[in-house]
Design a protein around this ligand. Structure first.
Ligand code: ATP
Length: 262
């Protein structure tokens, strides 16, 4: 175990990896998330689906410490996440790949990746080389382009770089905000294939997606968020068969897709 790894809480062995209880988050007077509760067990892929404005990104931002919670409790392996903000949460093993990808455009692919290993900065040499190799095995395209500036990458390559950078920090929980957003169907398929591969490697993932079909296919469990509230939850395969989900999120001419097309 690294010298930077936090001491596990006494009930760490039995506690979920992530436990969120009654989390509420507001922008001024507008409450974007209301009493949301969810869990992620170690090794699981859990997805949160829901329409535009449901509060999905707000949830991830609050978990990452980017936004303050108005109310509620967040625990990682049975230990409360402090209010220490983003750095403290990165140190505890949380990583977020935001919708915007948030890359350093004027830096090379490799330098972007190295920044992702920030929490292991004291072990720089050996850790970075090893982690870099693993990321390049997962994304050979990034290895080919290791010296290229991030600004010059395609949309799919940027998403790969954002994912790779998060993995450089060996997160306990990888949070992905709309990884398929704006990507061509073939690239979306690649990204979901990589998400499946990460799960096989034991990475725990909280996946926020509007592509409900793909998300429910890859996830173990799912939560549906509407207007800031969790309105449904269960095994992903069961939700994918639920008539309400089929009609709203999966139907060929679902209301959701109609709304998106409008
Ligand atoms: N910075 C902000 N200031 C004020 N309101 C905000 C801000 N960011 C988000 N909101 C509001 O909070 C609500 C939830 O937004 P959020 O981005 O979390 O939804 P979302 O489910 O991620 O949507 P999308 O799928 O479109 O990204 C929305 O009503 C949105 O308008």
């Amino acid at each position: 175990m690294s010298e930077h790894a936090p001491t596990p809480a006494p009930n760490a062995a039995t506690a979920p990896l992530l436990e969120v209880q009654n989390l509420s988050v507001a922008y001024g007077k507008i409450e974007a998330l209301t009493q949301a509760s969810l869990t992620v067990q170690a090794g699981e892929i859990v997805t949160v689906i829901g329409p535009n404005g449901a509060g999905k990104s707000t949830l991830l931002a609050a978990l990452m410490g980017v936004l303050p919670a108005r109310q509620g409790r967040i625990q990682l392996q049975g230990e409360a996440l402090s209010d220490g903000g983003v750095n403290a949460r990165v140190a505890r093993g949380l990583a977020l790949v935001p919708e915007t990808r948030a890359l350093f455009a004027s830096m090379s692919v490799e330098d972007n990746l190295r920044l992702g290993a920030f929490r292991f900065r004291r072990e720089a040499g050996s850790h970075h080389q090893h982690a870099l190799q693993e990321v390049f095995e997962l994304f050979p395209r990034l290895q080919e382009r290791r010296s290229q500036l991030a600004a010059t990458l395609s949309g799919g390559e940027r998403q790969m770089l954002a994912l790779g950078r998060a993995l450089m920090g060996r997160p306990r929980l990888l949070m992905l905000d709309e990884p398929s957003l704006g990507l061509a169907p073939l690239i979306v398929r690649d990204i979901f294939r990589i998400i499946e591969q990460l799960r096989r490697q034991g990475v725990s993932i909280l996946l926020v997606e509007q592509n409900a079909r793909a998300a429910l296919k890859v996830a173990d469990r799912a939560y549906v968020l509407e207007l800031g509230r969790v309105v449904m939850q269960g095994p992903a395969a069961e939700l994918a068969d639920d008539p309400r989900i089929v009609e709203t999120y999966l139907g060929l001419h679902s209301r959701h897709q109609d709304k998106l097309a409008a």
